[in-house]
Write a protein that binds this ligand. Structure first.
Ligand code: NAD
Length: 312
């Protein structure tokens, strides 16, 4: 029969595309509950869903940061019976940590970590009782590899990765699968929201040198990376749909082959120096702009495997 798939954060970006991609499945395998915190923003989703709206796709309110909202949504939705959950809702955060308050940082964890955990926790009892289910988390390559000036965001994605790696083992006993999708940069509103936030900041408590590394080195490099190797949210949605269709779904899947060599560095050198110093060289010696191009990453993979990169 049809599987019920609940997706979080569907008002924009990757979540919107995943909901629509699944709802438009030619075999009509999925009944999609596309959820969002603010139903006032459902216009773009409804438009993209087209004829699927009201047949294979319904829209529901869900704020992953509210116990009450999660409970209300799940009791309205088929008495909480969800076969697949796609935990997509999340926030980014960039900038020197001196300029961020602990409360700013907490917001990232409240959403990316505790929000995701809240939804999973609410669904587990029913999935366990029925001995089936698939929990998908939209993590990030930054859940595997830290990235300069993304300190707290990367930490929140590492946190959810650790949670999922731990939980996945227990859940196999219940025939419940966990999958993490790990995109590199994706061209959604995500990056624009970050740029907007930092453009409003006057970086309180941050020395001029650090501000200059962030504004004059990191930001242009980041823009360039999104423009050159950023993926479309459709691509990430297709990868996610592919994992959902698997009988025994993979535990993790990166979506951007350009990033695989970078995440492999930390496993290639057990001192950990190779990845830290490679990132240092990329940012400060060469400027990430040119070197994070396709050609460079190819060279990096080759020379890495031939043992030519020394951690200096
Ligand atoms: P986006 O900003 O377009 O989408 C994020 C969505 O989450 C938004 O619709 C937002 O309203 C929603 N959201 C935030 N807090 C929420 C809450 N409390 N309850 C319900 N919804 C909430 O950005 P996106 O790129 O589509 O991001 C989706 C996911 O992909 C995030 O988890 C993000 O960390 C991850 N990701 C994004 C990128 C990227 O470069 N864009 C890369 C890797 C991973």
């Amino acid at each position: 029969g049809q599987k019920t798939v609940l997706v979080t954060g569907c008002s924009s970006g990757i979540g919107l595309k995943i909901a629509v991609q699944l709802a438009k499945d030619p075999q009509r395998q999925y009944q999609v509950i596309a959820t969002m915190r603010d139903l006032g923003k459902k216009g773009p989703l409804e438009e993209a869903a087209g004829v699927c709206l009201g047949s294979t796709l319904t829209v529901a309110q869900l704020d992953i940061c509210s116990d009450e909202s999660v409970a209300r949504c799940l009791s309205a939705v088929l008495q909480g019976r969800v076969d697949v959950v796609v935990n997509n809702a999340g926030l980014g955060q960039i900038g020197p940590i001196e300029s961020l308050t602990i409360d700013d940082m907490r917001k990232v964890f409240e959403t990316n970590f505790f929000g995701t955990v809240r939804v999973i926790k609410a669904l587990l009892p029913d999935m366990k009782r029925r001995r089936c289910g698939h929990i998908v988390v939209i993590s990030s390559v930054m859940g595997l590899q830290g990235v300069v000036f993304n300190d707290v965001y990367a930490a929140s994605k590492f946190a959810i990765e650790g949670f999922c790696e731990s939980l996945a083992v227990q859940l196999l006993k219940f025939n419940i699968f966990v999958s993490m999708v790990e995109p590199g940069p994706v061209n959604t509103e995500f990056e624009a929201k970050l740029m907007e936030e930092v453009s409003r900041s006057d970086f309180p408590g941050t020395d001029a040198e650090t501000q200059s590394y962030f504004k004059d080195t990191y930001l242009p490099a980041s823009r360039e990376i999104f423009a050159t190797i950023g993926q479309s949210p459709e691509t990430v949605a297709k990868v996610t749909a592919d994992i959902i269709s698997m009988e025994r779904p993979d535990f993790r899947r990166q979506t951007n082959p350009f990033y695989t060599p970078l995440t492999a560095l930390k496993y290639a050198d057990k001192t950990g120096n190779l990845s830290v110093r490679t990132f240092y060289n990329l940012l400060f010696r060469h400027g990430m702009l040119f070197h994070l191009s396709l050609g460079f990453l190819k060279c990096l993979t080759c020379s890495c495997f031939r043992g030519r990169i020394s951690p200096t």
